[in-house]
Design a protein around this ligand. Structure first.
Ligand SMILES: [Zn+2]
Length: 309
């Protein structure tokens, strides 16, 4: 067998394995969702009545049908998720989420939609749909792949269209009402960077370059990868001093009235629509285990705390 044939057979085997794993995970998630939804819905209703309704911020990456990986969502699943979210939640912007957190009151369970990285393929169906329906969306872009037209390191060897957006596309999106955010210059793990100048370039340098190329103000920064280990207290302070309105993680967790509005917690929901439908409904037991990242914000603003029911 030639190397090419061996590679194709291995690719098909890997593809089947991924698909089987996805179906298995999908089934498990469906069972969990059905079993827990009644008490989670009751809990949400109580939070709404007390003015302490949660705000969930979801993050998608790539809406496409031509590849299977952990950061892609099939178009039909995306459309299904958005329709379901529209029917069951108030869809709000990040600025509105921050306003409710700062006001210490929210009476309706709400969801914010965000995207990370910046894939060209999102301009085919997903973003036009959000624009047409006036659904607020913040689109976080990594500067270097956009400026250099180069694929992300994590897409090396991927099949399908993994081309990053162009500056022209981003200008068009910004004009159409999509808020553009910064997602670092090189998509590095900022949790590993200790050099203040490097951090500044990843956060402020990337923001400034994108801002002048696109022509609109960039207000938010989303950490690449976004788990606790990928965050960095110094980066929070750099972003705040540079005039960002907020920074976003992606380790899960909900945002509540009274929480620090500068740090918005998110959850990745790529994949089948059951993921988005499941994770936006709070499970008080699971949520209690998620600690807000402590970046040592000033006591004048308030102490970081554990998100609980
Ligand atoms: Zn990313």
């Amino acid at each position: 067998m030639s190397n090419h044939v061996v590679a194709t057979v291995l690719n098909q085997a890997a593809f089947k394995e991924i698909l089987a794993m996805t179906l298995w995970r999908q089934l498990a998630l469906n069972i969990y969702r059905r079993a827990t939804l009644p008490y989670r819905t009751r809990h949400t209703r109580q939070l709404c009545q007390s003015g302490h309704a949660p705000i969930s911020v979801v993050v998608f990456h790539r809406i496409a049908d031509d590849d299977v990986n952990d950061w892609s969502t099939p178009t039909a699943a995306f459309i299904d998720s958005i329709h379901w979210l529209q029917d069951n939640f108030e869809l709000i912007s990040l600025a509105e989420a921050q306003r409710r957190m700062a006001m210490n009151a929210n009476h309706r369970a709400a969801v914010c939609i965000t995207f990370d990285d910046g894939y060209e393929v999102n301009c085919e169906r997903a973003l036009p749909m959000l624009i047409e329906q006036h659904i607020p969306c913040t689109y976080f872009v990594t500067a270097q792949p956009v400026f250099e037209g180069r694929h992300f390191a994590h897409d090396r060897g991927a099949r399908g269209n993994t081309q990053p957006n162009t500056i022209d596309e981003l200008r068009h999106l910004a004009r159409a009402g999509i808020e553009i955010g910064a997602h670092s210059r090189t998509h590095s793990d900022l949790g590993q960077i200790t050099d203040a100048n490097m951090l500044k370039d990843e956060i402020v340098g990337a923001r400034d370059d994108l801002q002048s190329a696109i022509g609109t103000r960039i207000r938010y920064f989303a950490f690449p990868f976004g788990r606790h280990k990928n965050l960095n207290a110094a980066a929070f302070h750099i972003a705040r001093s540079a005039g960002f309105d907020g920074v976003l993680s992606a380790y899960g967790g909900f945002n509540f009235p009274g929480d620090d509005p500068f740090h918005i917690q998110r959850r990745g929901v790529d994949g089948p629509s059951v993921r988005a439908k499941n994770w936006v409904v709070i499970d008080p037991v699971r949520n209690r285990r998620i600690l807000r990242f402590d970046y040592g914000r000033s006591s004048a603003i308030g102490r970081p705390r554990t998100v609980g029911a």
